[in-house]
Write a protein that binds this ligand. Structure first.
Ligand code: COA
Length: 329
């Protein structure tokens, strides 16, 4: 029996920084309101013409270097995104070509903000099946060119970035580094709480419908906020129950970075020490599927992750979807 072990992590944020003051010029909001209601001060956005695979490439290279494996040794690329470079093929294939991962299979996972944790469950299963040894797991998004900057509901929140993780197969050993458990859920009956209706098969873009709202992300922020807090708590508890751990055993909690107040409210209900929470939202905004690997990588680079640490990750987002996992580092 094989188990999956994390051996590499990396991230990349584009160099352009958009502050709340810059957003003030684009829509009816203020720096003070954004900071108070979301915890965001600034975010990174791409150069025109870049796609998600361009952000993923340096993150992947960093993670592979840490893992000590070459692109040719990657067996499969799982690319989590809702903003692929183009409608087809998946960004996983585009990244595979850029990386020179000539022996890798490649596919995308679309589960919005829960994408990376869904991808982690897929990567874990592929490795535990015994068929694959090295999985390159990516979370990468370019949200900035999807923003309608006059729409303050979403313009203040979403941003660009990428994170990468390398997982490898090792022989089963209860006490060693491993993905200990993963938990996934969805409620598709409520998908309209957060969705981007146009541009898919049901309603394609035409010159007629590409009006000023044609590309708008529709979001009921207050409803999402309430549901996110509840689901964060329950899906984290599922992971703890499955492993027999308690919140006191958790060394680092890496939540999806949607809104600092969601993270604080969920953290309080779960009784987790705020010192144990990885937070990047202040300078990244919400980077959807990229937010967890970016936050984990930054915590690692800050020296907050040691061998043997118990890391709890959890996400909630469009779908609606939610997910959690526990990794022993
Ligand atoms: N700038 C300034 N004022 C704003 C504003 C903005 N961007 N957005 C809303 N307001 C105003 C509202 O008009 C309202 O004014 P009123 O009290 O005079 O009526 C007030 O601020 C409060 O609005 P509300 O919508 O209740 O704010 P909120 O505290 O719920 O924050 C979100 C809004 C979107 C930041 C918050 O609901 C959120 O983060 N939700 C989750 C979003 C999310 O996670 N999305 C991605 C899924 S991963």
């Amino acid at each position: 029996m094989k188990q999956a072990r994390v051996i590499g992590i990396g991230s990349h944020l584009p160099k352009n920084i958009l502050t709340n003051k810059d957003i003030e010029e684009k829509c009816d909001t203020t720096d003070e309101w954004i900071q108070k209601r979301t915890g965001i001060k600034s975010r990174h956005i791409i150069e025109p013409g870049q796609g998600s695979s361009d952000l993923a490439l340096p993150a992947a290279q960093e993670a592979l270097e840490m893992a000590g494996i070459t692109p040719e040794e990657v067996d499969i690329i799982v690319f989590c995104t809702i903003t692929p470079d183009q409608l087809a093929p998946g960004s996983a294939s585009i990244l595979q070509g850029k990386l020179g991962a000539t022996n890798a299979a490649a596919f995308d996972v679309n589960a919005a903000c829960s994408g990376f944790v869904n991808g982690l469950a897929v990567a874990d299963s592929l490795i535990c099946s015994g068929k694959y040894n090295n999985v390159l797991l990516i979370g990468a998004e370019v949200q900035s060119n999807r923003m309608l900057w006059h729409n303050r509901d979403t313009a203040i929140l979403f941003a660009d970035g990428a994170g990468a993780m390398v997982l490898t197969a090792s022989d089963s050993d209860e006490d060693s580094s491993q993905v200990m458990t993963t938990h996934l859920g969805s409620d598709g009956s409520s998908y309209e709480i957060l969705h981007l209706p146009r541009g898919g098969s049901r309603e394609i873009f035409t010159m007629d419908n590409f009006d000023k709202d044609g590309y708008k992300i529709h979001m009921n922020g207050t409803e999402l906020f309430k549901r996110a807090v509840v689901k964060f708590v329950s899906v984290c508890q599922e992971a703890l129950d499955a492993t027999g751990l308690t919140m006191d055993d958790v060394d680092l909690f890496v939540p999806h970075q949607a809104n600092k107040r969601i993270i604080e409210a969920a953290g309080q209900r779960m009784g987790i020490d705020p010192e144990k929470v990885a937070l990047t939202i202040e300078y990244t905004g919400n980077t959807t599927a990229a937010s967890i690997p970016i936050a984990l990588d930054h915590a690692y680079k800050d020296g907050r992750v040691k061998k043997g640490d118990i890391i709890l990750v959890a996400a909630f987002g469009a779908g609606l979807t939610w997910a959690s996992a526990i990794i022993r580092w």
